[in-house]
Design a protein around this ligand. Structure first.
Ligand code: 8YV
Length: 325
């Protein structure tokens, strides 16, 4: 009898087959209010859980007495109650390396498209507004040689620094809990406190996971410290930015513009003032959303679940203290 697993994210056929060979799979399209009763019933027998999103917390885990491994198709895991999983000695696996370059590319796409107003200007051309040589109303601002401040120097922050340094000659400041020698030696990055970064940066790029300490880290007080010409880029988790304060800062001209891939609530509210501002580029959390990278993440997550259920975990475990020595 193959161990049972619950799969709540559609997988490419070859990856699904890799799981089928080892497990009996009960599949769902996400964990929703509608299918929750069926998910909870399937979890009664499940030894493994694989997917992304959804609130994987005590209320759900109380219905999964046989769960021995959880694998998320994501680098972020703020939707998981890690303390509860650890208390139950259940390893949580994630995919921290598969998406680094793709998300860093998305960050640079946000820098470029927000600074040069690419979305707005391209739409004006499509609307037939280009009737003569462009004047100042079409102008953007420069990126090259401007100062980039990176809040959070993790894998993605380092990849952004690489792009900014070699691609755009940008001096780099960073704010992080610890010093990052590689960023300093390879890209000339300079560690500084958050206030200094906010005051000196032309582009403030926030790439932080969501946690109690990062919630609303960037709010009214922080926006007031930024240059009025500065551009905010947010590509980690939405709630790190106080969105109401951001709206006010953009409406008041406290900062110049924003490039956003993540929001406090996702999907972002259809009537959000952010979606009506020409100086805001809003993306639907597509940081890692390329065919290649999403396949690589899913493949990593499948291998992670197999490792967790066969006791072969070597890497990518969020709570390695639960692994049997
Ligand atoms: C996607 C992400 O939201 O990996 C993360 O933490 O935020 C993005 O890659 C996620 O991968 C959805 O599957």
């Amino acid at each position: 009898m193959k161990p049972s697993i619950v799969l709540y994210k559609k997988l490419p056929a070859d990856l699904h087959k890799r799981l089928e060979q080892r497990f009996s799979i009960v599949e769902f399209d996400g964990i929703t209010e509608e299918n929750r009763p069926q998910v909870l019933e399937a979890l009664q027998q499940a030894e493994g859980l694989l997917g992304s999103g959804g609130a994987i917390n005590k209320a759900l885990l109380d219905h999964a007495p046989n769960l021995r491994g959880v694998s998320t198709i994501s680098v972020g895991y703020d939707n998981f109650d890690v303390k509860e999983l650890t208390r139950r000695a259940i390893p949580l696996m994630h995919t921290p390396t598969a998406l680094t370059d793709t998300v860093a590319d998305t960050v640079m796409a946000l820098v470029l498209s927000t600074a040069r107003r690419v979305v707005e200007v391209a739409n004006r051309v499509k609307n037939g507004e280009w009737n003569e040589n462009v004047g100042e109303s079409w102008f953007g601002v420069d990126i090259h040689h401007k100062t980039l401040g990176i809040v959070g120097m993790g894998r993605i922050g380092l990849a952004v620094a690489q792009r900014a340094h070699f691609g755009f000659d940008m001096p780099i400041l960073y704010n992080a809990r610890s010093q990052h020698k590689e960023a300093e030696t390879r890209f000339g990055a300079r560690k500084c406190d958050l206030d200094t970064l906010l005051q000196e940066s032309d582009y403030v790029c926030v790439i932080l996971p969501m946690s109690d300490e990062t919630f609303h880290l960037i709010g009214k007080e922080q926006f007031a410290k930024m240059k009025s010409s500065a551009i905010l880029i947010s590509a980690g988790r939405g709630p790190v930015i106080d969105e109401q304060a951001l709206i006010a800062a953009l409406q008041n001209g406290t900062i110049h513009a924003a490039g956003l891939d993540v929001f406090e609530q996702e999907p972002v509210a259809k009537d959000s003032p952010l979606l009506k501002m020409p100086n805001v580029v809003a993306l639907p959390h597509v940081g890692s959303a390329t065919h290649e990278t999403r396949y690589a993440m899913a493949a990593c997550a499948v291998d992670n679940l197999i490792a967790a259920l066969t006791g072969e975990v070597k890497e990518f475990c969020v709570n390695p203290e639960v692994l049997k020595k």
